[in-house]
Design a protein around this ligand. Sequence first.
Ligand SMILES: Nc1ncnc2c1ncn2[C@@H]1O[C@H](COP(=O)(O)OP(=O)(O)O)[C@@H](O)[C@H]1O
Ligand SMILES: [Mg+2]
Length: 630
Amino acid sequence: MREIMPILIVAGIIGVFAVGFLMVFLLEKNKKESMGFERNMADREIIRRLLAYAKPYRGQFALVLLVMLLSIGYDLISPLLVGRIEEMVKDTFALSRLYAMVAVYAGILLVSLVCTYVQAMVLQKTGQKILSAIRMDTFTHIEQLSHEQLTHLPVGKLVTRVTNDPNAISYMFTNILVTLVKNVMVIFGVLGAMLSLNLSLTLMVLCFVPFVVLFTVIFRKFSRKVHRQVNDATTDLNTYLSENLSGIKITQIFNREDKKMADFLEKSKKLKRAKQARMLVFGIFRPMVYMLYISSVMCLLYMGGRASIEGQTYFGQALTSGVIVTFYMYISKFFNPIQTLAEQFDMLQRSFASAEKIFTILDIVPDVVDSPDAIELENIRGEIEFRDVWFSYKPDEWVLKGVSFHVEPRQTVAFVGATGSGKTTILSLICRNYNIQKGQILIDGIDIQKIKIASLRRHFGQMLQDVFLFSGDIRGNILLRSEGISDEAVMEACRYVNADKFINRLDKGLDEPVRERGNNFSAGQRQLLSFARTIIHKPSVIILDEATANIDTETELLIQDSLEKIRNIGTMLIVAHRLSTIQHADNIIVLSDGKIMEQGDHQTLLHQHGMYYQLYTLQFSKEQMRAARA
Ligand SMILES: Nc1ncnc2c1ncn2[C@@H]1O[C@H](COP(=O)(O)OP(=O)(O)O)[C@@H](O)[C@H]1O
Ligand SMILES: [Mg+2]
């Protein structure tokens, strides 16, 4: 009885912990086990598609596997060697043989180090290549989506799809997968080596395995929970931060700093608590597994001690000091991988989730694409025709209801109507930003569905309602990366649209930096820059949407003047806020609720005393009143 007392004590302690954890585990509310994301794709499908990315690097992965086998060899052989050295030191102590053994050991160690290095380098390189392939695929795919499809994908989400998610996948290739394979091989390798060496010691070690597994299962449950809490809190904080940094000026104007600070503090505290909880969970688990490891070492020493002191044998096998040393090393090599296996499976699941999110984006079929028989348009005259065009953004909510009109080459046509009457929609349909549901849109008599999209858009200069400037410099924002255009030509375009004066006043001229969204320029200046951008390619059709909105009178005069000049470039379609801007248009189309109410030139429409007449007199009298007051 006395002999097995120590073993019983160890078993007792472990048992108490095990029962305790088990109770906590069972008491913990069994909430719906989800990892914070839903999965729709089958694992097999995901693996198949991921492998497609790894396929070009088969050679590299084979090399890694080979190198890994070598380094596992070190893990298995080194304890045996140390055991041999230990026995040698005890017996006939020949220094030369010891040197030889140490040299062998150093040799294996060196090979293992080289292997680890090669493995890491090859994996990192390959991982980066796979990463950039996935990132490129995702980005190019997003670029092909239509305006309609992009409206449904929040920008923040897309950013994550192109940056974080490919990272998770590359991490899987470079790290998780390899360690997973390696750990499984090490576990079985060490087990085999131990079995071949000594049965009783192996059985002793195996007694601890169920406890490691039990602790790990319990740990997984809690670690998932705290991981999710940390993730949620981080996302929450980031979302809050990005939104409020964008709107920080509003916060300052409305004196809401304190309130926002308090909100931020609250979210920050939540994150802190989540991270502390995570530390606690890990802080309990790691020492627990360490305790098991130490206990097994103690059992080993106990059994080994009795064997050498009392000559005790187990299953008829004697225990030499070499075997004990070897086992001592094997035990630690055995416990480590078991412990990390669970974490790695979780990480693998997480990478799969990232992969699925990317594949979901890649699976969106772009709905505005070239038809197979689409033709290339070399030059166009600029004739535009709408034939009974029906269009809706959402099913059954018609935004355009049978719109028909005809624009001769080099004509200027203006669209007028209340906000929401469909002006912007008409303009964006001409460039095929969306597909129409019924009717036909023709350019030079050719249905735009039959024209290659890139070739169609090349002939248009489109100025959107919201001017968007990219960060960079002025030149880059006018050219938008088209090449072979000299600074001379850029400046000429600027002169044409009256943007040259303010550009010349800037310190660096065309090199003047443009900050995010161009917020270091006034609205009028941004508008002039986008005029220059629109005409630099000498388009055959110019489309201007509310070009004169939100600007001061001085800039408006500049814009008026440049509009007169731009008219001479080609066909011009214009939506103008102020009716005075469009008096000289060849045709004015009056829209209401997606239908054309009347059309004709300024004089004709005034004589008709219809909608245009009302709009015009309303605006005219307002302006007169304003002038009288001033
Ligand atoms: N991307 C969109 N998705 C859904 N509905 C839209 C979208 N863009 C515009 N609409 C709707 O279409 C109608 C016409 O909009 P729009 O062409 O922008 O009008 P306008 O330029 O004349 O002010 C409006 O009722 C608007 O709510
Ligand atoms: Mg509009």
